[in-house]
Design a protein around this ligand. Structure first.
Ligand code: BES
Ligand code: ZN
Ligand code: ZN
Length: 492
């Protein structure tokens, strides 16, 4: 894995200079020589550089290497774009085999976010841009990129602190990306549980795992119905982080879908593109990343994570369309499509989560293809039963650059899930697919517990590199959840 190193420098020559820029204006040319400044302005006029966020260009002919990093149109500035700008910077610098780059804060510019928040995003973006999944390309050497932060503005204490937080977040996410990108032959539910156990031990988290026998005792019939189609047994993982302070409020619970491979089961998916269903574990990986971040940043709130882990396969013992199973909370479910498996494993995990008497539950899952039709790959859909919680999450999404978009979850949508021979069926009528998924989950959370559901099917992985981000798991919403876990005020 490539490494990033930050240094505060005030003198000496820059190894290579990063200039954030729109199509027409460099925000601040810093301490470049007059001749280099001229080269930059001539280059900008030549129209080769679009200034779009994520666009980068090395200015030809300068005395030291100068990298222009586009931030897009100023009136469209957003944390999400600023983040991409910096991923693209890391990628461009590493591609150019740079050992170091330097950055001076463009003091004359006005941004809608404060400098510390922007630097945190920049550091997180740089880490994302420096990541590649190289476990099976051992010949690709790992490199260290030094980022020199120059000038008075960046030397301040609060900036240093947020840069350190950004580094911790960036490193943790890259570590979990390596796990999330493992292929499905190498990472089944049990391998995942073993790895989580090991991480929990390192980080002082409490870890409990229910195997199939324990889940049978718990009557977790929905989760087990999915697991039974695979030769690899499923399990449920619980992690808990308890901050070291007295008078703790009830925990915040994060629940993440971890289907280590989703073939569709008996309702088999088409072969084309099926390989991407190794990423159907990304909700679980993100829940894992979020609780690890909470622990490593020592957030003030207690946090519990539930990760139901299964492989959805079409074995001779697999569940069939028409089967009726009983979930842990007693609800009878008619299985009409074995490919709608995520909501089944979440149903039982949510009932465990409710037993924690939590302050709030947030689940995260690659639940529906329909969310890609609705929102594409730019936003994660959010739905829930509590407006305050939804607002908190959306605000965390705005500040971390992981944007949420709300869909309605009115009870009118429940009718489509009414079962013919049981309480509910696991699919709706084919309309509003993403909402149907959430409406199904809603039935497994008591009404008095604030709950939200994030459908990350469109944002959890990239099939090709984009704006400096490598193909593979993005861990979309891990930083959002971490921000929410850290900032939601504790209850007395
Ligand atoms: N894991 C899939 C959802 C998915 C599809 C994620 C494409 C990312 C890309 C989920 O288990 C699934 O198969 N959902 C079905 C639900 C349907 C049968 C009601 C879907 O979206 O087609
Ligand atoms: Zn499925
Ligand atoms: Zn799935």
């Amino acid at each position: 894995m490539n490494k990033l190193q930050f240094r505060w420098v005030n003198t000496g020559q820059s190894p290579a200079c990063i200039l954030v820029s729109t199509k027409t204006d460099v925000l601040d040319a810093g301490d470049l020589s007059a001749a280099d400044k001229k080269k930059v302005s001539t280059y900008l006029k030549s129209a080769a550089f679009t200034g779009a966020f994520g666009a980068t260009a090395w200015v030809p002919g300068t005395s030291i290497p100068v990298l222009l990093a586009g931030i897009g149109k100023p009136n469209e500035f957003h944390a999400a774009r600023w983040l991409r700008t910096w991923s693209a910077v890391a990628r461009a610098a590493l591609q150019q085999m740079m050992a170091g780059i330097s950055f001076t804060w463009p003091e004359k510019s006005r941004f809608p976010l404060d400098t510390a928040a922007l630097m945190k995003l920049a550091v997180e973006g740089l880490h994302e841009g420096s990541y590649d999944f190289n476990a099976f390309h051992p010949k690709k050497s790992t490199r260290t990129l030094t980022i020199e932060l120059r000038g008075e503005v960046l030397a301040g204490k609060s900036i240093r602190r947020t840069v350190a937080d950004g580094q911790l977040i960036g490193r943790t996410l890259n570590e979990i990306r390596d796990l999330a990108n493992l292929p499905p032959n190498l990472l089944g539910p049990q391998e995942l549980a073993a790895k989580v156990k090991q991480l929990a031990k390192q980080d002082g988290l409490d870890c409990r795992i229910w195997n199939e026998a324990a889940l049978k005792k718990e009557k977790a019939g929905a989760l087990l119905a999915v697991a039974q189609g695979s030769g690899r047994p499923g399990c449920l993982i619980r992690l808990a982080y308890t901050p070291g302070r007295k008078k703790l409020p009830p925990p915040l619970v994060v629940v993440g879908k971890a289907v280590t491979f989703d073939s569709g089961g008996i309702c088999l998916k088409p072969g084309k593109g099926m390989e991407w269903m190794a990423y159907d574990k990304c909700g679980g990986m993100t829940a894992l990343a979020a609780i690890l971040l909470a622990a490593r940043l020592k957030v003030p709130n207690p946090v519990v994570a539930y990760i139901p882990a299964v492989e959805n396969m079409p074995d001779g013992r697999a569940a069939r369309p028409g089967d009726i199973v009983t979930a842990r909370n007693g609800t009878h479910i008619e299985l009409l499509n074995t490919d709608a498996e995520g909501r089944l494993i979440l149903a039982d995990a949510l009932s465990f989560a409710a037993d924690e008497k939590p302050r709030a539950i947030v689940d995260i899952a690659t639940l529906t293809g329909a969310v890609i039709i609705a929102l594409g790959h730019e936003a994660t859909a959010v739905m829930g039963n509590n407006d305050k919680l939804l607002l908190e999450l959306m605000l965390s999404g705005e500040s971390t650059g992981e944007r949420l978009w709300q869909l309605p979850l009115w009870s009118e949508y429940d009718a489509a899930l009414k079962g013919r021979f049981a309480d509910v069926k696991n699919i709706g009528d084919g309309t509003a697919g993403t909402i149907s998924g959430a409406a199904f989950l809603k039935q497994f959370v008591p009404e008095d517990i604030p709950w939200a559901h994030l459908d990350v099917a469109g944002t959890a992985w990239l099939e090709a590199a984009q704006n400096g981000r490598a193909p593979g798991a993005t861990l979309s919403c891990a930083r959002l959840l971490c921000d929410w876990l850290a900032t939601t005020p504790g209850m007395e």
